[in-house]
Design a protein. Structure first.
Length: 148
């Protein structure tokens, strides 16, 4: 394992091309640049979307180890399933990247209501929610079975 201060960075850099391809396909972009400026973050801001992810893959006070934190997320066109699709995208990579939790930081009313539908619970960080990947998978399976 790389030294403590670079492990989250290495995970974010390995995750970046997956995120880039996913967003290009989902939002019909030919070219798309992702900013990996800070140590453990990925940021993308376009006319259609605004996403800022933080990778907490070391032991730290704020988040459990191996957590992907959605620090900011927004879509120009809403109520089209982009949030659901994005959560499923992260879940689909959980095994490959050893993601144990997904968190949403600084929730507003809409993101808080969204998170509840997917099994997120309040956490120690005010205004933030978190879900274990295994609980999320069960919730997604239940949601999918209700659609049938």
């Amino acid at each position: 394992m790389p030294p403590r201060d670079t492990y989250s960075r290495s995970v974010s850099l390995r995750f970046s091309p997956y995120l880039q391809e996913y967003l290009k396909e989902r939002f019909s972009y030919r070219r798309l640049e992702i900013d990996s400026g800070l140590v453990n973050t990925l940021c993308i801001r376009t006319v259609k979307l605004d996403i800022y992810l933080r990778f907490a893959f070391e032991e730290e006070q704020s988040w459990p180890k191996n957590t992907v934190v959605i620090a900011r997320i927004g879509f120009k066109k809403t109520r089209l399933g982009h949030g659901d699709h994005f959560i499923r995208f992260i879940e689909s990579l959980a095994s490959e990247f050893e993601i144990s939790h997904i968190a949403i930081e600084s929730c507003n009313a809409k993101s808080y209501a969204f998170s509840r539908k997917y099994g997120f619970v309040d956490c120690d960080i005010e205004g933030s929610v978190i879900v274990e990947i295994e609980k999320l998978r069960k919730t997604l399976k239940q949601r999918d079975s209700q659609l049938i």
